[in-house]
Write a protein that binds this ligand. Structure first.
Ligand code: PXG
Length: 466
């Protein structure tokens, strides 16, 4: 085989990719026919593909490249750490400087008494850790039957068997099943599921499903509730303001641990360091990954409260861990990422510059005939596509048909904007400038116009009956 490099023709790369690379969440046969887009490099909010297109990355990779692409400092730190100590484990009463420094930094940044970090290689792994942690917590406290975890339909917590089970995505459960002791309640998605209910009343009602579920199972059998402050992969569903205070109240009342999955909302995404601060949530355990290293190295973890650390820590060995828990190179990269975020005021930029600027333009998208609602918190946002705004109607076509068509138009216009069903979502790098936001809105609007024209032409602007 010839050397493959950035100059290899796209068609050849695509052919090899189709032959040997099994992609996540991808229809292998369909991709082989079409050929994957090959990304060669990134700079700031911009990607360059093998055809020379400059693409505005409205998704920060997969919600993770918070400080943007091309920061050489992170590469330099990684190289230095690789030469000094490329690997050592944190098992068997051993540690190393990058893991110590990162744990201490996270304890400083995380709210409340979240002072102890269990490292993982990803968000999925961290949530698998959380399943063990919450069950072990109640075991040590002498209540081993308290082991069921309550989560939400359309939540996303990863795609390991544990993470996928906590998530409420049926297509994921369908591929390989789900572990026992996980129950789901409905999501706080007002626009899509609230009907004519007042939004705040709906938020309360959806939170109170947690209480009903706890009473159904028996509080003596429930270990924890897990949720994302804002559902990301589920379509950027921002809960009504009544939702989280009620969830918090119910967890406290029934002595249930609260696990807040901040894999997307952590590290500035909502305009504060953590979504828990934006939504005033006090978790016992927080899941982190993605923005922790801005995606430059795979790392995740669980930040746990003094109480959880003390209880689990008093039970002898905790029989859990990963070869790469606290990996020194990943930890050093994450630390440098956090240093840059702090020194350059990235979170303040989101709160005071990028969010206010984008919020105004994003909300105006509802002037477009296709857009039913536009929501945004910090720099994660979504729009609902609809054939009839007044009725918040769904399309008659299979869900996702229109979203996919809109995404295709974005793709053609060199904008990465994803679809989840018939919602379009954005989550750009946190360093995006007002000028780049203008380009994002311009390309999004052009794509929506083209999508709308295509739907008219193909007779797809039809609302679902009922
Ligand atoms: N929790 C949340 C809230 C996530 O968003 C995970 C856990 C799992 O993290 P890892 O690092 O194991 O992937 C995630 C990941 C999408 C998409 O299409 C979202 C994620 C991952 C891949 C695709 O929106 N989120």
């Amino acid at each position: 085989m010839n050397m493959i490099n950035n100059n290899t023709p796209t068609a050849e790369l695509q052919k090899l990719d189709a032959a040997h690379h099994f992609h996540p969440f991808t229809d292998k046969a369909a991709l082989a026919k079409k050929g994957a887009r090959v990304i060669l490099r990134g700079e700031g909010c911009w990607l360059t593909d093998s055809e020379g297109h400059r693409i505005l990355d409205g998704m920060a990779g997969l919600w993770c490249v918070n400080i943007g692409y091309g920061r050489k400092e992170l590469g330099e730190v990684a190289a230095r750490q690789m030469m000094e100590l490329p690997y050592y484990n944190t098992f068997f009463q051993t540690t190393h400087v990058p893991a110590i420094a990162l744990a201490a930094k996270l304890a400083e940044l995380a709210p409340g008494d979240l002072n102890h970090v269990f490292f993982a290689g990803s968000g999925s792994e961290a949530n698998d850790t959380n399943i063990r942690l919450v069950r072990r917590y109640w075991q040590v406290k002498g209540q081993p039957e308290k082991r069921t975890i309550i989560a939400r339909w359309n939540g996303y917590h990863g795609s390991t068997l544990g993470g996928g089970s906590l998530g409420g995505m049926k297509p994921i459960h369908a591929h390989g099943g789900k572990i026992d002791g996980v129950e789901h309640i409905n999501q706080p998605y007002w626009w899509g599921e609230g009907g004519d209910m007042d939004i705040d009343a709906f938020g309360l009602a959806r939170a109170q499903e947690l209480e009903a579920k706890i009473l159904e199972i028996g509080a003596e059998n429930v270990a924890a509730f897990i949720g994302e402050p804002v559902q990301g992969a589920g379509g950027v569903v921002i809960p009504p303001k009544t939702y989280w205070p009620e969830i918090q109240r119910i967890c406290k009342k029934y002595n249930i641990l609260l696990v807040v999955d901040e894999v997307i909302t952590g590290f500035g995404r909502t305009g504060n360091w953590f979504g828990s601060q934006t939504f005033d949530i006090k978790p016992d355990i927080m899941t982190i990954a993605k923005g922790l290293s801005s995606g430059y190295a795979p790392i995740g973890g669980s930040i746990v409260s003094d109480d959880v650390a003390e209880v689990v820590g008093s039970g002898g060995d905790f029989n859990h861990g990963y070869t790469y828990s606290g990996h020194p190179v990943a930890a050093a990269v994450a630390l440098e990422n956090l240093r840059i975020m702090q020194d350059e005021g990235v979170v303040d930029h989101v709160k005071n510059v990028a969010n206010p600027y984008l919020a105004e333009r994003w909300s105006k998208l509802t002037d477009h005939p296709l857009v039913g609602e536009a929501v945004l918190t910090g720099l994660m946002g979504s729009i609902a596509l609809t054939p009839d705004k007044a009725k918040r109607a769904k399309f008659a076509s299979e869900e996702g048909t229109v979203g996919l068509r809109a995404r295709e138009r974005c793709f053609a216009n060199d904008l990465v904007m994803r679809h989840v069903g018939d919602r379009m979502i954005i989550s750009p790098p946190l360093v995006i400038t007002p000028a780049e936001i203008d380009i994002l809105i311009e390309r999004a609007t052009k794509s929506l116009d083209e999508c709308y024209a295509g739907l008219q032409k193909d007779g797809l602007l039809v609302a679902k009956a009922g």
